[in-house]
Design a protein around this ligand. Structure first.
Ligand SMILES: Cc1ncc(COP(=O)(O)O)c(C=O)c1O
Length: 377
């Protein structure tokens, strides 16, 4: 079907763009020996996992259902991690994960008996150093609850586990800054790492960014793995799906109050939540920085400040016109919600052949079911 006939709003995942990122992942693996597990918290659209499987080693998770989804739909290695497990969670995932990573020594002490003999056991350590643009996303922020603080590490506990996970990067495009963190970890925790089988360095390493020196990253990872004799893992999310997906919307109205606002049939609060949470404006495919016509690209939700961005265009926008909100795969489809009872975007994949495949579609019944399934009598 032609794109112009598809009803908006919709996400369009581009297979060629995805493959281009995945080829970089393959190169990194080949040069470094690192294993890559996809962070499902960032992207869980399992309809395209068949494209991704040949390039990655498995999945990692942040909650019990993600473990199940990774096990069922991706396969390979399934890493289970949660900031806080209930006993039920542990019982449910112990049989289907390969590695179980606890966030604290108290959780490890409480539940390791449920995992012993089933999965390899690890602990998240907080290295106390990080690379993150915003405090909200900084795992080493003041009073962080994420991972065991260095001064609280119990050497006996370390001697009883197989591996550790550090996650301390957020969209880090600077290979030297990453290598600095790697050195800090090696210096501070090296004596523990030498006795482990595996170390995960988490996500947030933006090795697919144009111009990123993958070779330099790979050699640093290889040297680290050799020095400490461990199998290294990275947990990429955004790096794998960056620049692969547009959220396509239609201008439904244009209003003016000091500035022109084009209201589109989507909302950041419902369909692209991180635009709002991190206050990071989106980019529009049709925009032209030198254009004369400036618009707020406004959401159709009721939230006063809900807008995608301010953008300039060569020609005035028209009602009925479509716009592509670029780079809309990461932390979007996993966070879709029904706020305001808006129409949920359909999800498509444009295959390398040009063919468009529908992966998901939502209707009124999905909305209704998400609110109640039974009414009181
Ligand atoms: C523990 C852990 N691993 C991996 C990731 C994925 O990070 P990214 O999508 O930035 O690569 C995150 C993101 O928050 C995380 O918390």
């Amino acid at each position: 079907m032609e794109n112009t006939k598809l009803t908006t709003p919709y996400f369009m995942i581009n297979e060629d763009a995805l493959l281009s990122n995945l080829e970089k992942a393959r190169q990194l693996k080949a040069l470094s020996g690192v294993k890559l597990v996809l962070a499902l918290k960032c992207f869980s659209t399992w309809g395209v996992f068949d494209i991704m499987k040949p390039y990655l080693d498995g999945t990692t998770s942040s909650g019990p259902f993600e473990v199940k989804l990774g096990h069922e739909t991706f396969g390979g290695e399934t890493h289970a991690y949660s900031v806080g497990y209930s006993e039920d969670d542990v019982r449910q995932v112990a049989d289907i994960c390969d590695k179980m990573i606890f966030n604290s020594q108290s959780q490890l002490a409480a539940y390791r008996h449920l995992v012993d003999g089933k999965a390899s056991i690890g602990l998240r350590l907080n290295p106390g150093v990080s690379y993150a643009g915003q405090d909200l996303a900084n795992p080493a922020r003041t009073f962080s609850r994420l991972g065991v603080q260095p001064e609280g590490i119990d050497a006996d506990v370390m001697a009883s586990i197989d591996g550790v996970m550090f996650h301390m990067n957020c969209e880090n495009k600077d290979v030297d800054a990453f290598i600095g963190l790697l050195d800090a970890i090696s210096n501070r925790f090296g004596h523990y790492l030498d006795a482990l089988k595996w170390v995960s360095l988490g996500g947030g390493v933006f090795f697919t960014w144009p111009g990123y020196d993958i070779e330099k990253l790979a050699f640093a990872l290889k040297a680290f793995a050799e020095k400490h004799q461990v199998q290294l893992y990275l947990e990429p999310g955004e790096a794998i799906i960056t620049q692969t997906t547009d959220l396509v919307v239609t201008v439904v109205d244009i209003v003016e109050n000091g500035m022109k606002t084009a209201i589109v049939d989507s909302a950041t609060e419902a369909h692209r939540l991180d635009t709002l949470i991190y206050n990071e404006p989106a980019s529009i495919g049709e925009a032209d920085d030198n254009g004369e016509h400036e618009y707020v690209i406004g959401s159709c939700s009721c939230l006063a400040g809900d807008q995608f961005c301010v953008a300039r265009f060569a020609q005035p926008l028209k009602i009925g016109q479509r716009l592509r909100i670029l780079d809309s795969a990461g932390y979007t489809m996993v966070k879709l919600n029904w706020f305001n009872g808006l129409r949920m975007p359909t999800v498509y994949c444009q295959r390398s052949s040009g063919e468009i495949e529908k992966l998901n579609e939502f209707g009124y019944q999905d909305f209704k079911r998400s609110l109640s399934q039974w009414s009181i009598q």
